[in-house]
Write a protein that binds this ligand. Structure first.
Ligand code: ZN
Length: 162
């Protein structure tokens, strides 16, 4: 799959809820997982591969069970504490910046079998969960930067390497 990069407008679309878990959705999430692994990403939202639906993938290394996650219709139930950490994004290749996020979040969503799941996330897992859910709302991590840093981004970001 092709990973869409800033300023592709699909990255600003509000993702729609997934009501029906079809075989197509399951295959799509498998393709997203392969795409994320090939790109060495820690997470991927469906918007980033051009499909604005509420589906995110999170890399196994960040999770408590060390299993890759595919979560449909995820949202943050509770967020607590704050922490500044460095972030990057497959849709903003080569650009990294420090972003303030909640350091503990409770997230809810459903898995590919339709089961409701809850995740108590901390640290990098919490950061990735917030980052990917942001994507579903058309939000990129650069939106969380101060005006000064946003200006630096505009000057420095060259787009994907050709
Ligand atoms: Zn991202």
């Amino acid at each position: 799959m092709e990973i869409r990069t800033f300023p592709d407008p699909v990255l600003r679309k509000l993702a729609t809820k997934v009501d029906n878990i079809t075989d197509e959705i399951v295959r799509f999430s498998e393709n997203m997982l392969e795409t994320m692994i090939a790109a060495h990403g820690a997470g991927l939202a469906a918007n980033q591969v051009g499909a604005p639906m509420q589906l995110i993938i999170i890399d196994a290394s960040l999770t408590e069970q060390k299993k890759h996650l595919a979560i449909l219709n995820p949202f943050i139930v509770e967020a607590d504490m704050e922490e500044v950490g460095e972030e990057g994004c497959l849709s903003l290749p080569g650009y990294y910046e420090f972003v303030k996020r909640a350091s503990k979040v409770l997230a809810r969503g459903i898995d590919l079998s339709g089961k409701t799941l809850e995740f108590e996330c901390q640290g990098q897992f919490a950061r990735a969960m917030q980052h990917e859910i942001d994507h579903l709302n058309g939000v990129l991590f650069i939106d969380h930067l101060s005006p000064v840093k946003k200006n630096i981004f505009k000057k420095k970001y060259a787009g994907p390497a050709k």
